[in-house]
Design a protein around this ligand. Structure first.
Ligand SMILES: C[S@@+](CC[C@H](N)C(=O)[O-])C[C@H]1O[C@@H](n2cnc3c(N)ncnc32)[C@H](O)[C@@H]1O
Length: 225
């Protein structure tokens, strides 16, 4: 009798463990995987937030070696949504020798995941103009202030009211200050669970909120630091 094929969820958990302990087959430079990837503990937090949310559609910005993508995929497979979808955006996957996509493919995720190789500032604008909606967005792409700010504008259009936006690297001022605009002016509310990680999750308001220009509140300081 042939051995039973591992279940999709077990395959993804194994791929996550393997990636964390063995690192990817290709690295742009020594130590690059650890430098750019969400650490395992933060990946676990990301996965926990998503499991609690039980989303059907997740958008991810920034694939790199696939560490956060596997954490998101694990959560989608834990959930019992009939048609889970994971849309990933990364214009520079070729610079990683497509290592992130290879990890997802190897974990059996090529059907559930899609990869858009445009800059997220344009890919998200395109999705928003096509009326795409999502339950959760995870943003870990360009860390330049204006790019993060634009990404957050478009995910606030795409993620449904009451949905979740999660950001990595909120210990960098460019990311934290971009997020603080949305928290200060757009009624995004920080979710519990960020303690001890550099990730931060924000709950979007219900119904969708559009501030008046004369209600603008100056922002810039990260209220959590
Ligand atoms: C810090 S790494 C992401 C790490 C990944 N989330 C993980 O934990 O495995 C940042 C990624 O953003 C991508 N990136 C850079 N500029 C981008 C842009 N304008 N739009 C989308 N992705 C971008 C890079 O190619 C890189 O893969």
């Amino acid at each position: 009798m042939s051995p039973k094929a591992p279940q999709p969820l077990e395959r993804v958990r194994t791929a996550r463990r393997d990636l964390a302990s063995n690192r990817p087959g290709y690295e742009r430079a020594p130590g690059d995987f650890n430098r750019v990837s969400v650490p395992t503990r933060d990946g676990d937090q990301l996965c926990d937030w998503l499991v609690a949310e039980d989303p059907e559609v997740v958008i991810e910005v920034g694939l790199a070696y696939g560490a956060s993508a596997l954490a998101i995929a694990e959560a989608l497979l834990v959930g019992d949504r009939p048609d889970p979808a994971h849309s990933i955006i990364d214009p520079y996957q070729d610079r990683f020798n497509d290592a992130g996509w290879a990890v997802l493919d190897g974990a059996g995720l090529a059907d559930m995941c899609t990869l858009d190789r445009k800059r997220s500032q344009f890919a998200l604008a395109d999705m928003a103009s096509r009326g795409v909606t999502a339950d959760v967005a995870f943003v870990d792409g360009s860390h330049t202030f204006h790019n993060v700010f634009v990404d957050l504008f478009f995910v606030s259009e795409i993620v449904r009211p009451g949905g979740l936006v999660i950001l990595d690297d909120c210990d960098w001022p460019a990311v934290a200050i971009a997020a603080s605009y949305y928290e200060t002016n757009m009624r995004w509310r920080a979710e519990p669970g960020s303690t001890g990680t550099r990730l931060r999750a924000f709950r979007l308001p219900t119904p969708r909120y559009e501030p008046r220009f004369d209600e603008f509140k100056p922002f810039g300081a990260d209220p959590h630091r």
